[in-house]
Write a protein that binds this ligand. Structure first.
Ligand code: NAD
Ligand code: TDX
Length: 334
């Protein structure tokens, strides 16, 4: 594959994926299609822009633009989405539009021009697992039970891709990944919010009891998994991506506090998220066994320290958004 169209390439995972491909696959040319919403940052890839990497500012719901770009590429890797659960509880419409209508627009074009398509999705489509009394994990055959407008919109987009594979022969794969962490993650999300709260003299904020469990994976391991699916995956298949990184939110926050030399109790408990999913856990044996993928960034504390260092070293990247984001949270008592 020589030409890739990466949607949402100016967001957190898209940026890291483009950097991963740029570094490891020197013959690949990349076109990014990104609307540059509040979550997209065109400075993320400014050092790569040139002959091999091109940024198009545009909307995945723009049919003619999408058709033109899809017709010119070898494969589409679709990251673009509205991605924050809390926002989806305040205003679901952008989630319906971008995540559902945007995915529809892309797969129509990919079907028409017979292009390889990879759909990036989330483990949240499977709902949640109990906090205790079960070692169950999500598998590719787990039932879809999304809880929030965000996860319902992602579930809808997965279903559209599955239907287009079956009915129109779309050459697609799907991946459902657990919670990512690493550089360039928007400061609305849990880990960067707490790091930048401490760096800006605010107290970290934990929703409810903090006992909810997330299954953390370093974003570079996610990028490598997507590359493996794109190049070795079987058309029509769904792959779950996770790195056995289960931790409670409270435990993650306490690790951040320790690494940033703060007292262990220096945080506020705030209003819980409505419908807050209890536990996510991924069984990644299919991608490990069939494609030989395995995570490399398995030392969470070391990955977290490097992530903290990145936010310390890139204050210009996040400072200007911080007040606005915290004002929105404060309006919601979070
Ligand atoms: P993000 O919010 O950081 O980035 C999303 C990007 O999409 C931004 O650059 C934004 O400008 C762009 N975008 C939004 N609407 C658009 C539109 N209509 N047209 C074109 N571009 C648009 O999100 P992320 O965390 O990088 O997530 C990327 C993908 O990975 C999403 O599909 C998400 O569902 C999925 N995912 C995320 C995680 C996670 O932990 N963050 C885990 C599993 C799956
Ligand atoms: O300030 C906070 N305090 C807190 O306790 C925030 C922002 C979050 N939380 C909790 C809620 C979750 O249990 O931390 C956990 C992680 O929250 P988010 O970072 O908002 O992630 P989550 O809702 O788990 O969803 C993420 O992983 C799956 C991504 O945002 C999704 O895009 C992805 O699909």
């Amino acid at each position: 594959m020589k030409n890739l169209l990466v949607t949402g390439g100016a967001g957190f995972i898209g940026t890291n994926f483009v950097r991963y491909v740029y570094k490891n696959h020197s013959k690949v040319q990349i076109t990014l299609l990104d609307k540059l919403t509040y979550a997209g940052n065109q400075t993320n890839l400014v050092d790569l822009l040139g002959e091999r990497v091109q940024l198009i500012s545009g909307d995945i719901c723009d049919g003619p633009l999408v058709e033109k770009l899809v017709s010119q590429t070898d494969a589409v890797i679709h990251f673009a989405a509205e991605s924050h659960n809390d926002n989806s509880l305040i205003d679901p419409w952008p989630f319906i539009r971008t995540n559902i209508v945007g995915t529809y627009t892309l797969i129509q074009a990919a079907s028409k021009y017979h292009k390889r398509f990879h759909h990036v999705s989330t483990d949240e489509v499977y709902g949640d697992l109990p906090l205790s009394g079960s070692n169950e994990k999500f598998t590719p055959t787990s039932p879809y039970q999304p809880s929030s407008p965000y996860s319902a919109s992602k579930a809808s987009s997965d279903m559209l891709v599955r239907a287009w594979i079956r009915s129109f022969g779309l050459q697609a794969t799907i991946s459902n990944c657990s919670n990512n962490y690493g550089p360039y993650q928007h400061i609305e999300k849990f880990i960067p919010r707490q790091i930048t709260n401490i760096l800006s003299g605010r107290r970290p904020k934990l929703y409810g009891s903090g006992s909810n469990i997330r299954d953390w994976i370093h974003v570079n391991d996610h990028s490598a998994a997507i590359w493996d699916i794109l190049t070795k995956g079987k058309i029509g298949e769904t792959y779950l991506i996770g790195a056995n990184g289960e931790m409670s939110n409270k435990a993650v926050l306490e690790m951040i506090l320790k690494l940033m030399k703060q007292p262990q109790n220096a945080y506020d408990i705030v209003k819980d998220r409505p419908g807050h999913d209890l536990r996510y856990a991924i069984d990644a044996s299919k991608i490990r066994d069939e494609l030989g993928w395995q995570p490399l960034y398995t030392d969470f504390q070391s990955g977290l320290q490097k992530t903290i260092n990145w936010y310390v070293d890139h204050q210009d990247w996040w400072q200007m958004d911080k007040n606005k984001i915290e004002m929105t949270y404060a309006r919601n008592n979070q």
